[in-house]
Design a binder for this molecule. Structure first.
Ligand code: SF4
Length: 442
């Protein structure tokens, strides 16, 4: 155990509470080189009650419940991610996302196994094709962290983990070659970055050989739960087969650590834009304050907050779901209170294959052909003229609503001499002398 590692341990998310990192270092005794190696973390994941209890104080009752829950819903936590947990805080947001609780079994009759019906939308195993121009390539069901809110929790049952082999993937590539409407493929899992760089390079090569595929994206939580995985080999292949985009999944500001920041910087250097998809989780990030902190931390690291998902209706996750209204209130509390770049789109991914539907606070109070009445973030109400195409002189034609006369007058104005001066002078009427000067100059 090095002093350097202990010092870093006290600052998850740039704060100063003490965390479990000291205990983890004492128990696992990694060298600095091991701590920096993602494969070491992967091999040393906390995935049994016995291992976990060495670093996390658990009562006998908690141990018993953990045993029971993990038969149906196993757990797996990387030493890095567990090291961010604050000591003596049962409500810690990292703890709640990673350590099972008995509620996962208590509400077993609530929710669905496959709410997004991904199996129905799979033309060949491993490929989900729901939207016409996009497809999801599922290459493994293994994840370094088994997030307690996971939509694919159904895949964990039985602990039968798999990585799709080349002959199976060939079927997916064959489908993509034939389906010219697809221009965007998201490589997903599980977590696709559990596959090593050679395996990923082969997949990227196959996809890049399909001429109509414009975009390749990775959907991965590695930058959050094991940022050491973003190594030189991975960024090199992203650069080589680019444009490659990466969507990741930060849920709480405590996850935005210096290590995560380094991973994002490496990706950006390789030309990989990084977007974030947060899941709204009860008791973890269901407040405006936390969401604002998260967005600001992401923007500081040049990650764009992209979606805020309402948590899917998945069996075994009901204790982490909020009412939809919570998400709408968060959107209301963010829009106008921070830069638009920091406001994700709140979406509900509806069961039955309906896809992502944005759900917004209502800013349009009334809407007619000629005018909208709008409310701003402070609740102030404004009228806004709704331009009609013919009034703007589009195509110089009448719109059939009696606006042809106006269009004609625009045409006459354009024919008149001298054209530019008359229009410029008219446009400056009513402006302040300073603005008038500037307009005339331009
Ligand atoms: S990383 Fe994604 S797929 Fe993996 S367990 Fe977490 S939510 Fe599920």
């Amino acid at each position: 155990m090095t002093t350097e590692l202990v010092a870093e341990a006290k600052e998850p998310g740039g704060r100063s509470e003490s965390t479990l990192k000291d205990h983890i270092l004492e128990v696992l005794k990694p060298t600095q080189a091991q701590w920096d190696d993602w494969k070491w973390h992967f091999r040393n994941r906390f995935n049994t009650v016995e291992k976990l209890s060495k670093v996390l104080p658990l009562s006998d009752m908690q141990k018993k419940q953990l045993q029971l829950v993990s038969v149906k819903y196993p757990f797996s936590i990387t030493p890095y991610y567990l090291s961010l947990v604050r000591e003596n805080d049962p409500n810690d947001p990292i703890l709640k996302q990673s350590v099972p609780v008995f509620e996962e079994l208590l509400h077993a009759d609530v929710g669905q196994d496959d709410p997004l019906e991904e199996r129905v939308d799979s033309p060949v195993p491993g490929l989900v094709h729901r939207y016409p121009d996009r497809a999801l390539l599922v290459i493994t069901d293994i994840c370094p962290l088994l997030c307690r809110h996971c939509t694919r929790k159904r895949e964990w049952d039985g602990g039968n983990w798999w990585v799709r082999q080349k002959p199976q993937l060939e079927l997916a590539f064959e489908y993509l070659r034939k389906t010219k409407a697809v221009r965007d493929v998201i490589i997903s899992g599980g977590d696709p970055l559990t596959v090593d760089n050679d395996g990923l390079e082969w997949i990227l090569q196959q996809l890049r050989d399909i001429p109509h595929l414009e975009m390749i994206r990775f959907g991965t939580r590695f930058p959050v739960v094991l940022p050491q995985r973003i190594d030189e080999g991975f960024t090199r292949i992203c650069d080589k087969y680019g444009p490659v985009w990466l969507n990741t999944h930060f849920n709480h500001p405590n996850e935005v650590t210096p290590e995560a920041g380094r991973a994002v910087r490496e990706l950006l250097r390789a030309g990989v834009p990084v977007n974030n998809q947060t899941v709204l989780l009860r008791g973890i990030n269901d407040s405006v304050e936390t969401q604002l902190k998260l967005s600001h931390a992401l923007l500081r690291n040049r990650v764009r907050p992209y979606y805020l998902y309402h948590a899917d209706d998945v069996r075994g996750t009901d204790h982490l779901r909020t009412p939809v209204e919570t998400g709408i209130k968060i959107m209301e509390g963010m829009r106008g209170h921070t830069s638009g770049l920091g406001v994700p789109v709140f979406v509900v991914d509806v069961p039955g294959g309906g896809g992502k539907i944005p759900v917004l606070p209502n800013y349009v109070l009334s809407w007619t052909e000629n005018e909208l009445v709008l409310r701003n973030y402070e609740g102030l109400v404004f009228r806004y003229r709704n331009p009609r195409p013919a009034l703007s002189g589009q195509n110089g034609a009448s719109n059939g609503n009696g606006n042809g006369a106006h269009t004609q007058s625009v045409e006459k104005l354009m024919d008149a001499e001298p054209k530019p001066e008359r229009i410029v002078l008219g446009a400056t009427r009513g402006l302040s002398p300073r603005l008038k000067r500037r307009t005339l100059k331009n």
